[in-house]
Design a protein around this ligand. Structure first.
Ligand code: IMP
Ligand code: MG
Length: 188
């Protein structure tokens, strides 16, 4: 008990909270309601992009009211911890065929749009019946990334964030909120 209280104090001290847990829960319920309405009576394949999207996806699917199956893929991009370099590669492919399926890509955050652009083009070639994206966070909105993201949780400033699945060098994924790490400034 004592350790837990201590951990949460340390966590809050080191971070500036951008989106708290209640706001996340509320917005994710809205996204789930919108998707449930749009896909009523259809079956959906949700593709969770690892690792960052795992917490968002876990909360989203528990609010969904459409028939769905879940698959996972992993993408890596070369570069430093806080910006992508431009080169994207497939680390883990889907387990199932998406030919003829209604596919929704579940992304944690879109920055340059490079990762999503790669996945989108790769999936289109597999001839799904439909292909849409749900992204919890969008930093690409003022960057002319050329992407059409149907479901966006929050448009956020172009600053590095962690928590709720998002990491800084693999740390902080377990924070229950989205925050700016204070150490961000030292690392830039
Ligand atoms: P993009 O290819 O530039 O759009 O970057 C997308 C990927 O970079 C995301 O799926 C994340 O893995 C990572 N990323 C981009 N911005 C952030 C951030 O602010 N915090 C943590 N990871 C990020
Ligand atoms: Mg990601």
């Amino acid at each position: 008990m004592r350790d837990r209280a201590l951990n949460s104090m340390v966590a809050v001290e080191g971070f500036e909270v951008l989106i708290d847990r209640d706001s996340l829960a509320e917005r994710i319920s809205e996204l789930a309601a919108q998707i449930s309405a749009d896909y009523r009576d259809k079956q959906v394949v949700l593709v969770v992009v690892l690792k960052g999207s795992f917490i968002f996806a876990a909360d989203l699917v528990r609010k969904l009211e459409v028939d769905h199956v879940i698959d996972f893929m992993a993408i890596g991009s070369y570069g430093s911890s806080q910006s992508s370099s431009g080169a994207v590669r497939l680390l883990k492919d889907l387990s199932h065929d998406i030919d003829g399926q209604n596919v929704i890509i579940v992304e944690d955050i879109v920055d340059s749009g490079l990762t999503l652009g790669y996945i989108y083009a790769n999936f289109l070639a597999r001839k799904p019946k439909s292909l849409e994206v749900v992204a919890l966070l969008d930093k690409s909105w003022n960057k002319d990334a050329g992407l059409d993201i149907k479901y966006v949780g929050f448009k956020i400033p172009d600053r590095f964030v962690v928590g709720y699945g998002l990491d800084l060098d693999e740390r902080y994924r377990g924070l229950p909120y989205i925050a700016y790490p204070k150490e961000d400034e030292d690392n830039l």
